[in-house]
Design a binder for this molecule. Structure first.
Ligand SMILES: [Zn+2]
Length: 409
């Protein structure tokens, strides 16, 4: 009997692989190697002889083809790290079999409740198996459910010669959560024509679109002096920053938008009288919309400048990633195969825009078209995270279907 995806997932979830922001090395944390090393060992146990881990914590492996037909090489990608937002130390997954419906109160912290009213997908899982946290950590289904799905499919493909496929590559990456998952992506070792990240949501939901994304900072320089003698001399950059935040369009925030709507999100502010820095992320599905967002920030600064004539304002905008749709539509077969693979599992597939980025956006723009497949995970980056095990099993089936469909074509 082959080990289930659930058993694999529980083993991986207990290994702390949290990545860290603002580290100039890949991987950003050495502990990510603990899972990656284990994955290489397990891949070798499946009989995959070329399984390899490099110094930047990328795992690569090849499931060798079992047909003489010329079949496109595809790669499945998942990330081993978990979000820096919530601790991944000492994860205690709670497995709920035969979920009966209703809210789920987490045992380690009774204030953390997975509410039916906030989780429309819970109802779809009645009668199924769910994994939650104990309420004190995240679960890491993002993306260990994807890792477990790929590992389960790999084991099956190595053991079942009746499934005909070309060379199938696997790549597990570090640091996706800090936006550096593709920094040292081993394109040469992978050498694939198409790839799929397995890093999505509920079964049926497929992703070919991400935001186009920039980051921005506004730095305001003021002038400090003892408040007792500040009249007509002090320039308080804190007040200027507050005015800027107050002028941002409220209908363009993450809290007030969904689906295809863009946003400007001030996610951090730091400073004092002398200098205040506001950090933003800018998101739009149309890359041209990011230019509009630049203009909005410039206009806000222009007004703030009139209110604070002696303050100095600086705006810096940097590119983060771009919507992958444009690149994927150049090779529509990568989407058609995925759609058919999902249909064959018995789910009703649909395309959902990702209000974020995936490694797929960067890979697609670097020439490797990479849409995204569901994993069954929900409420990522939070203590409310949960996983539909049936959803994860659908991901395994989808992977198996995909390799067959590509070999059939
Ligand atoms: Zn992820």
């Amino acid at each position: 009997m082959q080990e289930t995806a659930l058993v694999k997932f529980l083993r991986y979830a207990k290994i702390d692989t949290q990545s860290k922001e603002d580290v100039n090395e890949t991987p950003s944390t050495q502990k990510q190697f603990n899972l990656s090393r284990l994955l290489v060992d397990e891949l070798k146990q499946f009989g995959i002889t070329d399984a390899e881990l490099d110094e930047h914590c990328y795992v690569t492996a090849t499931i060798p083809k079992n047909t003489d037909k010329k079949v496109s090489i595809i790669c499945f990608v998942a990330h081993v790290d978990t979000s820096p937002e919530v601790t991944d130390t000492d994860v205690k997954p709670q497995v709920i079999e035969n979920y009966l419906g209703g809210d789920i109160v987490l045992p380690g912290d009774n204030s953390i409740i997975i509410k039916e009213s906030e989780n429309r997908n819970l109802r779809k899982c009645i009668g199924g198996t769910i994994v939650t946290t104990d309420g004190t950590t995240l679960l890491g289904a993002d993306n260990k459910a994807g890792v477990a799905a790929i590992m389960t499919a790999a084991e099956r493909l190595m053991n079942d010669s009746s499934i005909i496929h070309g060379d199938v590559k696997i790549c597990f990456t570090p640091d996706e959560e800090v936006g550096k998952g593709t920094e040292y992506f081993p394109f040469e070792r992978i050498n694939a024509e198409y790839a799929y990240t397995v890093d999505g949501d509920m079964p049926g939901e497929l992703n070919k679109e991400t935001f186009s994304a920039n980051s921005a900072t506004i730095t305001i320089h003021g002038r400090d002096i003892h408040p007792g003698m500040a009249k007509d001399i002090m320039v308080n950059s804190v007040r200027a920053a507050a005015d800027i935040i107050a002028m941002l369009p409220k209908h363009m925030s993450p809290e007030t938008t969904d689906k295809y709507q863009p946003y400007i999100h001030p996610l951090g502010i730091e400073g004092g009288v002398m200098k205040t820095t506001i950090r933003f992320i800018l998101r739009d599905f149309e890359t041209s919309g990011l230019e509009t967002q630049r203009e909005i920030l410039q206009n806000v600064i222009a007004v703030a400048q009139t209110l604070h004539p002696r303050a100095k304002f600086e705006l810096v905008i940097k590119e983060s990633y771009r919507n992958m749709r444009e690149k994927l539509e150049e090779k529509p077969e990568v989407l058609e195969w995925l759609w058919e693979a999902a249909v064959r599992t018995g789910t009703d597939p649909y395309w959902e825009p990702i209000r974020g980025g995936t490694d797929g956006s960067k890979l697609s723009w670097k020439g490797l078209p990479t849409p995204n497949i569901y994993t069954g995970g929900q409420n990522f980056h939070s203590r409310n995270e949960w996983l539909s095990v049936d959803g994860m099993n659908k991901a395994v089936e989808t992977i198996i279907n995909l390799v067959q469909i590509i070999a059939e074509k």
